[in-house]
Design a protein around this ligand. Structure first.
Ligand code: DQA
Length: 147
């Protein structure tokens, strides 16, 4: 059986829908999950969708993905801008990673305009809200079918 794509979400993304909706939209994380699974189903991909507020748990999941997943889609939330540990885990996992952000981080505060994860990512999708997760699934499907 084909390996799943791990979709990992970082801190505060469990609050989607109620958290700063003018920035992050009105869809909940469950809505985002449903969209992601729907798109993946159309493309024949299986998804393992998770969220954690803890950096170490995200690192553990990325390590797990290195053995069990075909690719990663990661929205690390604020850890994007701070976490060398998540960067190192992605480099070690050595599977394709797409970085996602709901908001356009390049239109926001200076501290959000640097991502540690980008160094380990095939590409970054940001500014398209929840739809960005669907774009990421399409990007993963394209990459996996190239192989
Ligand atoms: C975010 C952007 C980050 O700067 C922020 O800390 C988040 C969400 C996004 O999806 O737009 O928590 O990753």
């Amino acid at each position: 059986m084909a390996k799943p794509v791990y979709v990992l979400n970082g801190p505060n993304l469990n609050l989607l829908g109620s958290r700063e909706p003018e920035i992050y939209g009105s869809e909940s994380l469950d809505d985002v999950r449903a969209r992601t699974l729907e798109k993946a189903g159309q493309l024949g991909l299986e998804i393992e969708f998770r969220q954690s507020n803890r950096e170490g748990e995200l690192v553990d999941w990325i390590q797990e993905a290195g053995g069990k997943a075909s690719a990663l889609i990661v929205n690390a939330g604020a850890y994007t801008h701070t976490s060398v540990a998540i960067l190192d885990a992605l480099l070690a996992a050595d599977i394709p990673c797409i970085e996602v952000h709901l908001s356009n981080i390049f239109q926001r505060e200076d501290f959000r305009q640097h991502s540690f994860l980008s160094q380990a990512s095939l590409g970054v999708i940001c500014g398209f809200g929840a739809q960005g997760y669907e774009f990421a699934v399409e990007a993963v499907a394209g990459r996996l079918s190239d192989k």
